[in-house]
Design a protein around this ligand. Structure first.
Ligand code: ZN
Length: 312
């Protein structure tokens, strides 16, 4: 196989991770820089250009792949909307600022779709044509793959599963609505529910709790964390049972945050899922852990860029 290289970026609120990925999915170099500040629509492409300038003599780079937070117009390589985590990022045009500037093809997609592409290429969903990817982090993200293609929807927002309503008139979400899935199934939701339970029990609360801490207490038999963590696992499972009835994905890949503990988490989710899903409609649905972890974004961005440029 003729070796080709993609310079792939994974843009988050804190860091821009980047990697040189070849056309078999192997990473040859990876590093990260701090995400530059306002206005991100100028500073982020400039930072990417500097990284390219430093690497272009070492690798014969064929394309750029970008995985990023935000709502992305994949056809135009354009950031339709991003939150204030990346100030001034809405409206970033990667085709103009990166692609045309350096005369290379560029492909941009959101972080969860990119991670799903990576898992499909060389990760947990390898050789799987239909699956649902769920990331449980500070928020909840989703990506839907149908017949080997990412389903992006009419507004490039398919798979925004963090914002379907799971508790009518429930907790207020960052999106402005109430009772969204990510208010009940993310790590930040677990911490919030734990604090609420402490307050309800008349106990002291501090600001230093983490998901790991609460899970650790649960396995030590702590009553308050047991009550909260079991409810949390239920919410996650209700959500994926509902999505399974809609999509019948066959395989569900879960990554991020709390799922990193592996088997104990997946045992809990599997047994709850079986309880809530109607198995007549979705027999043999498999729930597994994402395997590429922090590299999923850059690997998936490279896959998307290589495929779109018809290199693979
Ligand atoms: Zn929401």
């Amino acid at each position: 196989m003729d070796l080709k290289f993609c310079l792939a970026f994974d843009v988050g609120g804190t860091f821009i991770k980047y990697a040189i990925v070849d056309n078999s999915g192997k990473i040859h170099l990876k590093d990260k820089v701090e995400t530059p500040g306002f206005p991100a629509k100028e500073t982020i492409p400039r930072t990417m250009g500097n990284i390219f300038d430093n690497l272009r003599n070492k690798f014969d780079i064929s394309c750029f792949g970008i995985s990023t937070a935000g709502q992305i117009n994949v056809d135009k390589g354009f950031v339709e909307y991003a939150t204030d985590n990346l100030p001034g990022y809405s409206g970033t045009d990667f085709v103009e600022t990166i692609g045309k500037k350096f005369n290379l093809p560029v492909f941009v997609d959101n972080d969860v779709n990119s991670a799903a592409a990576g898992e499909m290429w060389v990760g947990s969903a390898k050789e799987t044509k239909n699956f649902l990817c769920v990331t449980l982090g500070t928020g909840v993200g989703g990506a839907i793959v149908i017949n080997g293609e990412i389903h992006r929807g009419a507004n490039f927002s398919a798979g925004e599963i963090g914002h379907f309503i799971i508790v009518p008139e429930g907790d207020k979400c960052t999106c402005g609505k109430y009772g969204c899935y990510e208010r009940y199934a993310s790590t930040s939701a677990l911490i919030r529910m734990y604090k609420e339970e402490l307050i309800n029990s008349g106990l002291q609360v501090n600001d230093n709790y983490t998901g790991e801490y609460i899970v650790d207490l649960y396995y030590k038999g702590d009553k308050i964390s047991k009550k909260v963590y079991e409810k949390f696992l239920d919410y996650i499972s209700y959500g994926i049972a509902n999505l399974t009835h809609i999509l019948d994905p066959g395989t569900i890949i879960i990554g991020g945050g709390i799922s990193a503990q592996g088997k104990p988490f997946f045992d809990e989710i599997n047994s709850r899922f079986k309880k809530y899903v109607n198995e007549t409609y979705c027999k043999n649905t498999v729930i597994k852990q994402a395997s590429l972890l922090n590299d999923a974004g850059v690997i998936g961005a490279a896959f998307n860029a290589f495929s779109s440029a018809k290199i693979i």
